[in-house]
Design a protein around this ligand. Structure first.
Ligand SMILES: [Zn+2]
Length: 202
């Protein structure tokens, strides 16, 4: 479709989800770099909460980084990303639920929105706005880590330290990717340990 020789931009929503260590951010960076090569304007946003590496960079575990902007709320993405052809959003699980509406509006305006985030929290519960984003997305890619116990495809990021706070930002030593079988086994072991030892402090 052309008007005045200019191609009409087609907005869409792409979701890249999976457990930790599954390569979500690498895949996000790969797609954004391709868009840059195609001379499209690209902006990347991440929740201001994620300060694991550097303040202003999306940094993946492979050390492959791309410049990004930390924002406090999803509405900032709508304000700051409206004139951009391709908007990337990393660690999207930590954003508020309005992210769903924000992505929809950007896509309706003709922006290609690529969202990367954890599909499940460490208890196996769908995480933040990710499930709703998967539902409205034009395209969903689920990436997988490898279970550290058996080598099968992992489905969850199991927390190896005892802390029940949902938003605990991942350092490699605090989480391990596990398959369903190994996850259930380690939960069972953890419960057995608790009943063997002193009563639960909670
Ligand atoms: Zn396993």
């Amino acid at each position: 479709m052309e008007t005045n020789g200019e191609r009409i931009r087609r907005g869409r929503i792409e979701v890249i989800c999976g457990s930790m260590f599954s390569g979500k951010t690498e895949e996000l960076i790969r797609r954004l770099k391709r868009a840059k090569f195609a001379r499209q304007s690209v902006e990347i946003f991440k929740p201001a909460i994620d300060t694991r590496y550097s303040e202003a960079d999306v940094v993946s575990h492979e050390g492959n980084s791309i410049h990004s902007m930390p924002v406090e709320s999803s509405y900032s993405i709508l304000l700051l990303g409206s004139d951009t052809e391709v908007v990337g959003i990393d660690e999207a699980q930590f954003f508020d639920d309005n992210l769903v509406q924000v992505c929809n509006e950007l896509a309706n305006q003709g922006t290609r929105v690529i969202v990367a985030g954890l599909d499940l929290d460490f208890l196996g519960v769908p995480f933040g706005p990710i499930p709703a984003l998967c539902a409205i997305a034009d395209d969903v890619t689920k990436v997988h880590a490898i279970c550290v116990k058996c080598g099968n495809q992992a489905y969850i990021s199991h927390r190896t330290v005892s802390d029940n706070k949902r938003v605990l930002l991942g350092e490699q030593h605090e989480y391990e990717p596990l398959c369903r079988v190994c996850y259930l086994e380690s939960i069972k072991k953890g419960q057995d340990k608790q009943t063997d030892n002193t009563p639960d402090q909670k």
